[in-house]
Design a protein around this ligand. Structure first.
Ligand SMILES: [Zn+2]
Length: 344
């Protein structure tokens, strides 16, 4: 008799710490070693593994000999639902294996938490950071988030301020709402719990130092600060981005990539700069058709990245973005699901 270990449950009550992500992936790999293999793409700056789960029916052929589909999540630190979505996808592919031949035909490469350090900061403190903070050069008059009273949380504080963008909600003064023209004082601004470095006593404060956005750190059409906010010092200056770029280059069997994010609902496709005219016409049709399948299942609209903006009237032209890197450099069909949990 073959002894089987059940595949692990995926609870949705809380977001996962790094240890919980690791435990879940290990449990899945132990339960179905015929379908799952757990590796690391490399280490993060703070020495956590960037986990890679390879999912395929190994008995039907090596993953490199099959078309490959890469799924990643949580490149942006607060977008923790991306990790859960990637883990859920992995679990579902395993659970459905008996009724589907997908894992016999395709190799899935799943990187559920591309940014383990940033995500750990967010999940353990509730602090806010786009991808990572830079504490190597502290700027004067800058408030750096810190759990000052050691209660395990970085909380927000309201402060009366003539230029503050908020007013108290007339129905419940514990809540703040956006200030509008005609709103009456007092006005408030909101600051995170933390410490002001080298304060000059004025209230001209910046919050956090330099910000990095790892989805602006890719090598296609990369532009430095200040032209592209969050770009980093040079393409692939961030070790985690180097790890996944090396993996992508070493796997010519890849045909498509899906990233999970948590901005306002959308199925995003290339281009992230320019227009559809810069893309092959057949590719646009193919990506649009595939994205529409995602739209049908999610109810989200299909939007090219360049149009992913509130009013859709102007182009946002994100430089060094993953979509253009994947499509223009490597001919990959690239998508992102914006899961809509928070503002992006
Ligand atoms: Zn994002």
């Amino acid at each position: 008799m073959i002894k089987t270990t059940p595949i692990p449950d995926l609870p949705f009550e809380t977001f996962f710490t790094y240890q919980q992500v690791t435990d879940f992936l290990q449990a899945l790999a132990v339960a179905r070693p015929d379908l799952c293999k757990l590796d690391s793409l490399g280490s993060s700056r703070e020495d956590r593994e960037v986990h890679l789960l390879t999912l395929t029916d190994f008995a039907s052929g090596a993953p490199e000999d099959k078309p490959g589909y890469l799924i990643h999540g949580n490149i942006h630190a607060p977008e923790l639902s991306g990790t859960h979505a990637a883990l859920y996808t992995a679990r579902q592919l395993v659970a459905d294996h008996e009724q589907s031949d997908l894992l016999r035909k395709v190799a899935f490469y799943i990187v559920p938490r591309l940014n383990p350090d940033g995500a750990e900061f967010v999940v353990t403190t509730s602090g806010r950071v786009r991808s990572r903070t830079d504490r190597t050069h502290l700027e004067p008059n800058t408030l750096y988030q810190k759990d000052v009273n050691h209660d395990g949380l970085i909380l927000s504080m309201r402060q009366k301020h003539p230029d503050g963008p908020f007013v108290a909600d007339p129905e419940d003064a514990r809540l703040l709402i956006r200030r509008k023209s005609g709103s009456q004082p007092p006005f408030y601004r909101v600051l995170p719990e933390g410490e002001i470095h080298d304060w000059d006593g004025t209230d001209h404060l910046l919050v956090e130092g330099r910000s990095f956005d790892w989805n602006r750190n890719w090598s296609y059409d990369w532009r430095p600060e200040p032209e592209q906010h969050g770009a980093g010092d040079f393409p692939f200056s961030e070790p985690e981005m180097r790890h996944i770029a090396r993996f992508i280059h070493a796997h010519p069997n890849l045909f498509a990539v899906l990233g999970y994010h948590s901005g306002p609902n959308a199925v995003l496709r290339p281009p992230s700069t320019g227009s559809d005219d810069d893309l092959d016409e057949g590719d646009v049709r193919m990506m649009e058709d595939l994205a529409r399948i995602g739209a049908k299942h999610t109810g989200f609209p299909v939007i090219p990245v360049v149009k992913y903006h509130d009013d859709r009237t102007r182009d946002i032209n994100l430089r060094g973005h993953f979509h253009n890197f994947g499509y223009h450099h490597l001919g990959l069909f690239v998508f992102e699901f914006e899961l809509g949990i928070m503002e992006n």
